[in-house]
Write a protein that binds this ligand. Structure first.
Ligand code: ADP
Length: 317
């Protein structure tokens, strides 16, 4: 039916090589690395061999060229990425705290990423797409929400499917408008990829099984629940859940695990893989990515993920 597409921010990421608190003092940094949650998702999708296209905007600068070149190398159609000649490519500076939390300095919404528009090029990509992956974080941005909603309507009307990574823990608690947008996209969602308590938040139910049942009743056909080093479990209506343990790895940089997991899972399912196979590849993609510094540096090809699965044991609980 056409490629998987993702809409949203494309960034250059610069990462501190020491842990600490914030950026108020000088510290060693490395990068720039290609980044942005939607870009990480679509890059992993392309790397594993899924048809993939990105909709976003970069500046006419080296950060933009770096991002486009990476996605192109990994098989992603970049014709929906606008080159904005008035604003720079977005950037993010990231530092990890000793407890694993992160401090960020973002230049996102005053960059090309914040100036994303529906253009003829976007229309062309969306009208040929078979699947839209929605990043929940973008529901808080009115302009990008409008584009997401428009793309979702077009793709559903042509028989395509939608996946959603809610990623909205904080926002949902105090923002009624975001909650309304989430409800609207959930009505069109086929595959949900929550982590932590997002499953319960999305369903508005505190009990896990009640949340799953409520989401199935709304038309969701697959829920892939991510649980960090506890692995992940896929729920489908009327069948036993399918669980995969996580791989035992040394985590160097946790950024991008969930996005690589999602990119691998959705691409593998769309390539016709069974749930268990797609889930193994997704867990491998998430784990492999955290072993390498840089948000998408550890995304893997099918072969790299197969090799990774052979070389690494699972964490059993
Ligand atoms: P999110 O970033 O969306 O919260 P997770 O942290 O649960 O998602 O990561 C997604 C998947 O990636 C997990 O289900 C797991 O399979 C894998 N993963 C993430 N972090 C690790 C880790 N430190 N070790 C092994 N696997 C990991």
């Amino acid at each position: 039916l056409g490629p998987t597409i993702c809409i949203g921010e494309i960034l250059a990421e610069i990462v501190a090589t020491t842990t600490g608190h914030g950026f108020a003092e000088s510290q060693p940094l490395i990068g720039p690395f290609p980044s942005g949650a939607p870009a990480i998702f679509i890059d992993q999708c392309g790397r594993i061999g899924g048809k993939a296209a990105m909709i976003g905007a970069v500046g006419d600068d080296d950060f933009g060229r770096m991002n486009r070149a990476r996605l192109e190398r990994d098989g992603v159609d970049v014709s929906g990425i606008a080159v904005d000649d008035t604003l720079p490519t977005g950037s993010a500076f990231v530092r990890y705290r000793p407890d694993g939390d992160r401090d960020f300095v973002f230049n996102m919404w005053t960059s090309a990423a914040g100036n994303l528009r529906w253009t003829d090029a976007v229309e062309a990509v969306v009208s040929g797409a078979g699947h839209l992956h929605v990043m929940g974080t973008l529901l808080v941005r009115p302009g990008i929400w409008d584009m997401t909603d428009r793309a979702a309507q077009i793709i559903k009307a042509r028989g395509g499917s939608i996946s959603l990574d809610p990623n909205l823990r904080k926002e949902l608690k105090d923002d009624g408008e975001t909650a309304a947008r989430l409800a609207q996209i959930l009505e069109m969602t086929d595959v949900l990829l929550p982590s932590g308590d997002e499953l319960q938040l999305a369903a508005g139910r505190s009990d896990r099984q009640a949340a799953i049942d409520a989401l199935f009743a709304r038309g969701i056909t697959e829920i892939a629940l991510k649980d960090g080093t506890r692995g992940a479990t896929v729920f489908t209506p009327g069948a036993a859940p399918v669980h995969a343990d996580a791989f035992a790895v040394t985590e160097v940089d946790p950024t991008g695990a969930g996005d690589c997991f999602g990119g691998a899972y959705i691409a593998a399912r769309r390539l016709g893989e069974q749930i268990a196979t797609a889930l193994d590849l997704a867990c491998a993609a998430g784990a492999r990515n955290v072993t390498v510094r840089g948000p998408m540096e550890g995304a893997g090809t099918r072969q790299e993920l197969e090799d990774f699965m052979k070389a690494n044991r699972r964490i059993t609980h």
